[in-house]
Ligand binder design. Structure first.
Ligand code: NCD
Ligand code: ZN
Length: 423
């Protein structure tokens, strides 16, 4: 059996409270041993001196656009981008064409990803057929085909009756129901309702569009006992709503997109369409509240909402398609928060691995002996620029394009196989 020995790194495994200098031995596709000093003459050595060794990151929110819009991204380019960002497990959203509302489409995603074997790509199935918000999908057959969550992401579920039924089913199926919370009747515009929308004279989507659906879903989770996962939380009031219902014992988890932790609506004045995303970039007060919630553990995980679009779909703010790519920029953004003192490095790793893994109940996010050897090795200080040379995505829609970033993935290992190496 092939053996790899990762030597001399700072190993961080929040699932077991490990943070220190340890070696790690991989045998085949599993972690064999973690110890202060390991000698194994048969193993291939991976030198991790000066580097951090952590569980491969888990991203609950990516758009790989496959099937249907593979000019933006596909399962191969998406997988390469994921492992370059340190991710070994991703959940891909079902707003594809066709949507992931049949077992066949879910199986296509799983099979294609397995074929490449770079990254574990787990599909989310739709909550409703065709993402139309009218009729529930067949959760049972979708789960059997590999779906680990249900969501109509991009099209919020507006019918509270449907959402309640979905949450009731989630109790039986033990699968989270994820919602993109923005009430369609309020969120009609392009950017946050505020100073920038007034300045640009652009139609807007107010924060209450998000808060009302967030509150509704928390209430439904409270009454049904179902597990709701609030996607890409962006508002200060949203944090209070989630805290309140968590304290009441409702089964609620939530995620934040790193871009909402560094950019406010003012970024639209600099980056135009590349800063357009749903829910939109908001005010400084919201950003600060999200950071605080992250440090207090109210926010459960970081999810990139990697949303690739072609250059011709971006351009002007008011007509740009919403979405920002994020798989390769998440680690630098999060390391910046560590530098600022918002989070410890250990908390950052937990929010990007153990916590998201627990939300979908997969065997990942840990460096425990016997666990799958899914590992990221990164240099927290290395500077680099996101450019044509370093980008793995088919798209480049991010305000961080061409910017100097700090923190780079040096090596990613998936199931004992080196799937990415920094050159
Ligand atoms: C997402 C996309 O591009 O698919 N865009 C985004 O702005 N987050 C869909 C969505 O979540 O609205
Ligand atoms: Zn969304």
């Amino acid at each position: 059996m092939i053996k790899h020995l990762i030597k001399g790194g700072t190993l961080i495994d929040p699932s077991r409270g490990i943070n220190g200098s340890y070696d790690l031995l991989i045998e085949g596709d599993r972690i064999k041993r973690v110890d202060e000093e390991i000698f194994e003459p048969e193993a291939e050595i991976i030198d991790a001196k000066g580097l951090v060794v952590a569980p491969g990151f888990v991203d609950l929110h990516v758009h790989f656009r496959d099937p249907g819009q593979t000019y933006k991204e596909d399962i191969l380019s998406g997988s390469k981008t994921a492992v370059a960002g340190g991710y070994t497990t991703v959940v891909c959203m079902p707003n594809t064409n066709p949507p992931i509302d049949t077992p066949q489409t879910a199986q296509y995603v799983v099979a294609k990803a397995n074929c490449y074997g770079l990254c574990r790509v787990l599909p989310a199935g739709t909550i409703t057929k065709g993402r139309k918000g009218v009729e529930l999908s067949d959760f049972y057959s979708l789960k059997e085909a590999g779906c680990v969550a249900f969501t109509d992401d991009g099209s919020p579920v507006m019918d509270a009756g449907i959402m309640r039924k979905a949450l009731e089913l989630s109790v039986q199926l033990k699968v989270p129901i994820m919602n993109h919370c923005e009430d369609d009747n309020l969120a009609r515009g392009a950017i946050n309702e505020g100073e920038v929308s007034a300045l640009l004279g652009i139609s807007s989507r107010p924060p209450e569009a998000e808060d009302v659906l967030n509150a509704r879903d928390c209430i439904l989770a409270y009454y049904t006992g179902g597990h709701v996962h609030i996607q890409h939380l962006t508002t200060a009031l949203g944090v209070d709503i989630i805290r309140h219902f968590k304290e009441k014992g409702a089964k609620i988890t939530c995620e934040v997109n790193p871009n909402h932790l560094i950019f406010t609506e003012e970024e639209l004045l600099r980056s135009g369409g590349n800063a357009r995303v749903n829910p939109p970039l908001r005010r400084k007060e919201d950003l600060e509240a999200l950071k605080k919630a992250l440090s207090e553990g109210i926010i459960d995980c970081v999810a990139t909402d990697h949303a690739p679009h072609a250059p011709f779909e971006k351009g002007r703010v008011d007509s740009a398609m919403p979405g920002i790519i994020g798989l390769q920029t998440a680690l630098p953004i999060m390391l910046n928060l560590v530098e600022e003192g918002v989070l410890s490095l250990e908390d950052m790793v937990r929010l990007m691995s153990a916590n998201p893994a627990r939300i979908i109940g997969v065997e990942a996010g840990t460096l425990e002996e016997g666990a799958p050897a899914d590992i990221v090795i990164f240099d927290p200080k290395k500077e680099w620029v996101l450019s044509e040379e370093t980008n793995f995505s088919k798209s480049k829609n991010t305000p961080l394009w061409g910017k100097v970033l700090r923190g780079k993935v040096i090596c990613t290992i998936k199931g004992g196989k080196v799937v990415h190496k920094d050159n």
